[in-house]
Write a protein that binds this ligand. Structure first.
Ligand code: AMP
Length: 485
């Protein structure tokens, strides 16, 4: 299968997103708490955010482009988001005018009352479902795959809302962690494979849902448990909680890249400290790919925990040879290559006094297009490093993600274009090595990757996608031959 990305609509708008979600029910200041929770999830999406609240009678919404602190910049804003229930969303938005209409949570007035949805993940048959719905007369307001869920609920034939919700999700393939609000309850749900994370906590009488535990910490909630893969949890406004497992049991495949890069290191995921896992990847990397050097230097911030692990295992001193400006966001989110190139330079600078004349091991979490590594290796050389060895705390990223992590199309992935030797030459490193897939699995607490039934979704490394990719298959399918009479 040639996996070019079909999630581009006519105006060049991307349907897939990278997101964080948060919801709370039973709190006095639900919207303000949601803003705080979203702030802790800001690393999952930095271009747009929104909150929808419900006061027992009406829904209220505020959405905007920008960081949480910009869109929810004063306390007065929360007076306009009243009620004991609220949910919110942060995302990497798309460029162009249609960005605004895609900001979540999405809301619709359905036959059974108002319904809002905040979605983290990506639906891999969204285009297929959308074509069907549009052919039946549905009018879409956004280009977001999430809106498909709203239309499927609206057109389901089941009388009860929860049954409609489950009925809709049975048609959906791909990754989804959802926080929804109805006029009676909050519904939190994870797809049957549990690809994207979702946790539950409590603060006083209130129940909180969030993409990562760090958001629970920040709002002062105690972690209760993860939402299980395929679980639907309903919390009514009176506090009653019900759990359902409507999809049957499947072997879970949570995303391993959450551990490598995406989640905050102070989160706990799948019972593991993300920070400790990253350090353990560094240890594995040092065992698998040792090198004689004077210093271990992380590419900040994402390479720091793995570099600590690499340094501890190898005995080579850990030093900050690259200083990062904290006033530049993630370089990756810039859609234009030119903007990303400039940002790498604004973001990182060499600590020349330290690096000069030294043989260094650079550690980063991943190489995607190779832009960052190429610039940083050059930066180290310009600062006088004698040798620059690059060690990467994930296997080569050879495949696009279709489940909600924003990786570029396959032909732009360095590892899809060349082998490790070619990549080393491309980034101009004296040597280059990636942790093996089994090394990564050991770091997350497994003995090895179970090839017949992998414990994680690692499709970006292995190409083993755990769901159908209907939109992709349909795009790649040969056109129907014309009938000539
Ligand atoms: P690149 O410059 O394209 O090779 O990107 C690699 C850098 O981007 C690494 O330093 C990673 O920390 C970071 N990165 C990798 N994957 C992602 C992602 N999905 N979203 C944002 N940043 C990423």
């Amino acid at each position: 299968m040639n996996l070019t990305n079909p999630y581009l609509d006519a105006d060049g708008d991307k349907l897939r997103e990278e997101c964080g979600i948060f919801g709370v029910i039973g709190a006095k200041d639900a919207a303000a708490m949601t803003a705080l929770g979203l702030h802790a999830l800001q690393h999952r999406g930095q271009e747009a955010c929104g909150i929808v609240s419900f006061d027992g009678k009406d829904f209220f919404a505020r959405r905007g482009l920008g960081h949480v602190a910009q869109v929810f910049s004063s306390n007065d804003i929360f007076d306009e988001l009243p009620g004991p229930m609220a949910s919110g969303h942060v995302r990497y938005s798309t460029t162009g005018g249609s960005g605004l209409r895609n900001i979540q949570p999405l809301h619709a007035d359905l036959a059974r009352g108002g319904f809002s949805v905040a979605h983290n993940g990506n639906i891999s048959n969204a285009l297929h479902l959308k074509h069907d719905l549009v052919n039946k007369g549905a009018i879409f307001q956004s280009t977001s795959d999430t809106e498909v869920i709203l239309h499927l609920i609206a057109t389901s034939r089941f009388p009860k809302l929860l049954d409609r919700f489950v009925d809709a999700l049975r048609l959906v393939e791909g990754a989804y962690s959802l926080i929804c609000q109805t006029t009676k309850r909050m519904i939190a749900c994870r797809d049957p494979l549990g690809i994207r994370p979702l946790v539950m906590g409590r603060i006083g009488e209130a129940v909180v849902f969030a993409s990562e535990t760090v958001a629970l910490d920040v709002v002062g909630a105690t972690f209760e448990r993860e939402i299980e893969p395929g679980e639907v949890v309903e919390v009514r406004l009176d506090g009653r909680l019900t759990s359902h497992h409507p999809f049957g049991k499947t072997n879970p495949r949570p995303c391993v890249f959450e551990h490598v890069y995406f989640s905050r290191p102070d989160s706990v995921m799948g019972g593991q400290s993300v920070y400790e896992v990253r350090k353990a990847i560094g240890v594995e990397l040092a065992k698998e790919s040792p090198v004689e050097a004077d210093l271990v230097i992380p590419v900040p911030d994402s390479g720091v925990p793995a570099a600590i692990g690499y340094a501890q295992q190898s005995g080579i001193p850990f030093e900050l040879g690259i200083i990062r400006s904290h006033y530049v966001g993630r370089t990756f989110i810039q859609p234009e290559d030119g903007a990303r190139h400039a940002d790498v330079k604004r973001k990182h600078n060499a600590n020349r006094a330290l690096v000069e004349g030294k043989r260094i091991v650079l550690i980063d979490d991943s190489i995607v297009r190779g832009t960052t590594s190429m610039k940083i290796v050059q930066m180290m050389r310009d600062a006088g490093a004698a040798e620059v060895h690059m060690r990467v705390a994930s296997p080569p990223t050879e495949n696009s993600c279709f489940y909600g992590v924003d990786t570029p199309e396959r032909h732009k992935l360095l590892a899809a274009r060349m082998n490790v030797q070619g990549m080393a030459e491309f980034i101009h490193a004296d040597s280059l090595a990636f942790v093996s897939i089994d090394g990564l699995y050991r770091a997350v607490g497994e003995k090895e990757r179970n090839a017949s039934c992998p414990q994680f979704c690692d499709a970006c490394f292995s190409g083993d996608y755990p769901t159908r990719l209907t939109d992709m298959e349909e795009r790649e399918a040969p056109a129907e031959p014309l009938l000539v009479s």
